[in-house]
Design a binder for this molecule. Structure first.
Ligand code: AMP
Length: 141
């Protein structure tokens, strides 16, 4: 499948559609997942075009992983979950639904506590409040 430059995350990176932003640098962007699996679920994307881990330049993957680690540490500090899951899907068969490389940072609060993947939208107010907590933790680093 060829990379679609109009996929939703490419449009978010270009600022064409809104997101609840958490962090941005020259190479990466982090924002809240619209249908979070838990409180504080965030996504990290490299700014370059690439459908998944297999076809994105390694330096861009590295930049995205660096940001993923920062966001994971900030989410841990902000929400205090006992655990965090980092996921990344490659291809529809693996569960990928948006075809621009992204990493999920999903705080885990209880053993049975995750909501289903990409099912239920959360209000912008809740997403903004959670983003503010992660941003504050990033500032406190
Ligand atoms: P994946 O299945 O790994 O491709 O995950 C895509 C993720 O993007 C899902 O967790 C969705 O809830 C999330 N998502 C879809 N559209 C948006 C959007 N406009 N803003 C933020 N997150 C989104």
């Amino acid at each position: 499948m060829a990379y679609d430059p109009n996929n939703i995350f490419a449009r978010i990176v270009r600022g064409e559609i809104p997101c609840v932003r958490v962090y941005e640098d020259a190479d990466t962007l982090a924002f809240m997942d619209l249908m979070p699996q838990s409180e504080g679920h965030a996504l990290i994307v490299p700014k370059v075009a690439g459908e998944n881990l297999l076809d994105t330049p390694p330096e861009s993957v590295a930049a995205a992983i660096r940001t993923t680690q920062r966001i994971a540490r900030a989410a841990k500090a902000a929400f205090g979950p006992p655990g965090l899951i980092i996921t990344q899907f490659n291809g529809p068969a693996a569960g990928q639904t948006v075809f621009h490389l992204h990493f999920h940072v999903i705080p885990v609060y209880t053993e049975a506590g995750l909501r289903l993947h990409a099912r239920e939208k959360v209000s912008a107010d809740v997403l903004e409040a959670n983003a503010a907590r992660i941003r504050a933790a990033l500032l406190a680093e």
